[in-house]
Design a protein around this ligand. Structure first.
Ligand SMILES: [Zn+2]
Length: 199
């Protein structure tokens, strides 16, 4: 088995996207970050760097991870996807994927921040700062719409949550709130003490 990641051609945007690190990291860095996140989650903890079945986490690391993962699960549990009034997100069903997606935001943002200066992140292109373009690119990468029947079926059996649940995880990053100058009462607002950083 090869230890590799394939990004399908159909998920790639116009070549110009590769010229802007905000778009590159927001869109593709986070796809890669999601899969890396699975290597560092409760299932990834069961296999070591050579793929052997071996628990490589300390008890303290596991307890810290479980505590943070539980907070992310609680955050998404019970959400009503848009247009679906009679079914909600089951946090335990999707928790595994939601944690990997939040880790992907963090890996991609930290990489973007390490590659750029504060001035570059604040410089507008087409009306959006670098930080804003990062989060927009990330969100566009998760755009999608389901028919109500598909959305209901997904809620009951798919470990991947509805699209907006993934996209709304941005509210756990301080950088998101700084980028868009959010305030208490805004739809995406999350109190700083309720924001989860998994790693
Ligand atoms: Zn996944």
């Amino acid at each position: 088995m090869l230890n590799q990641l394939t990004v399908e051609g159909a998920s790639l945007a116009a070549p110009s996207a590769f010229e802007d690190p905000a778009v590159l990291l927001g869109r593709y860095g986070s796809i890669i970050g999601h899969e890396l996140g699975h290597a560092l989650d409760s299932r990834g903890s069961q296999r070591d760097e050579l793929g052997r079945v071996r628990d490589w986490w300390s008890a303290d690391d596991r307890a810290a991870f479980e505590e943070r993962a539980a907070r992310v699960v609680a955050d998404v549990d019970g959400c009503h996807p848009r247009g679906i009034e009679d079914a909600v997100v089951d946090g335990r069903l999707v928790g595994f994927e939601v944690v990997a997606e939040l880790v992907s935001y963090q890996i991609a943002w930290d990489t973007y921040a390490s590659m750029t200066t504060a001035d570059e992140r604040a410089t507008p292109v087409d009306g959006f700062t670098g930080a804003q373009r990062f989060f927009l690119a990330k969100t566009y990468g998760r755009r999608g719409i389901d028919r109500p029947e598909t959305a209901r079926a997904r809620l009951h059996g798919d470990v991947h949550p509805p699209f907006e649940v993934f996209a709304n995880l941005a509210r756990h990053l301080d950088a998101f709130h700084e980028a868009f100058a959010t305030r208490p009462g805004d739809g995406m607002w999350l109190d700083p003490e309720d924001r989860v950083r998994v790693y």
